[in-house]
Design a protein around this ligand. Sequence first.
Ligand code: BJW
Length: 254
Amino acid sequence: MTEFLETGESSLKGLNQARQWLAHTERLAVLTGAGISAESGVPTFRDGGTAFWSQFKPEDMASEKGFRRDPALVWRWYQYRRELIAAVQPNAAHLALASWAGQHPGRMTLITQNVDGLHERAGSPGVLNLHGELMKNRWLERGCGRCSMEEVVGAEPPRCAHCGNLLRPAVVWFGEALSPVVWNAAESAANTCELMLVVGTSGAVYPAAGLALRAKRNGAKVVIINPQPSELDEVGDVLLRGPAAMLLPALLAA
Ligand code: BJW
């Protein structure tokens, strides 16, 4: 049965129901999105005026085609985001997940669509970064065999000193495949978990959002944590409407 528990007393009921499931869960999967980092001061992609996609076109900034068209523009945007991330801290939601994982070794698989590294900085082990890592670079092309990140020229973006191959952020853009190793581990967690927490994602981007559907199909309870409606609400057994930094500590407290 799907329950939609939104405010006041019913929200408390939802929290208590989720706590009970958690207490009896051997395999917990957590799928996070940009909303979990919102309270650290990191903009989301799709909700509201400060969101990235209300200022930029995703196809310009988050596709290989966009990067090839204007590498300097895209590079500058990622450098800006790197500086922003370096200046913020994990919030109570990241910390609550890391603490629960530490207290229940081997029981949680943390899958994130975020590239900000805040789960790792909070101390979470083995994070599955579906969409890559903002702070890392990789080469655009296969390269000349002598491409080395120690031997680059130029700045926006840096190029291989030998062949001119461009560095690009090591993130997954639209139309690009996710790392098969990371994806297989995420799918396997979704197949076998008894409970999945879906935190701070609009559920608009696939294949990531499909993990919640997969967990549900395989018999897991699904708890959605989001102050706003999301495209995954229909698979939620419990819907907790509120900010992650308030609800996750409340849910995961010992
Ligand atoms: C709070 C909160 C608080 C606010 N507390 N919550 C099936 C159907 C349709 C399309 C497709 C499909 N399968 C694939 C596609 C195409 C495409 C896609 O999904 N398009 C849709 C948009 C239509 N997918 C892809 O292209 C993927 N690749 C692929 O499928 O490859 C196939 C392939 C196979 C083999 C060979 C080659 C190709 C790749 C997707 C890559 C997504 N990349 C980005 C950018 C990453 C780098 C970067 O950061 O720059 O990933 S896009 C962006 O969206 C980013 C995010 O990870 C992702 C998801 O966003 P998220 O996290 O949900 O954020 P928001 O902003 O949408 O939502 C925030 C939520 O937080 C809101 O709900 C708020 O309410 C909430 N919130 N404050 C809790 N305090």
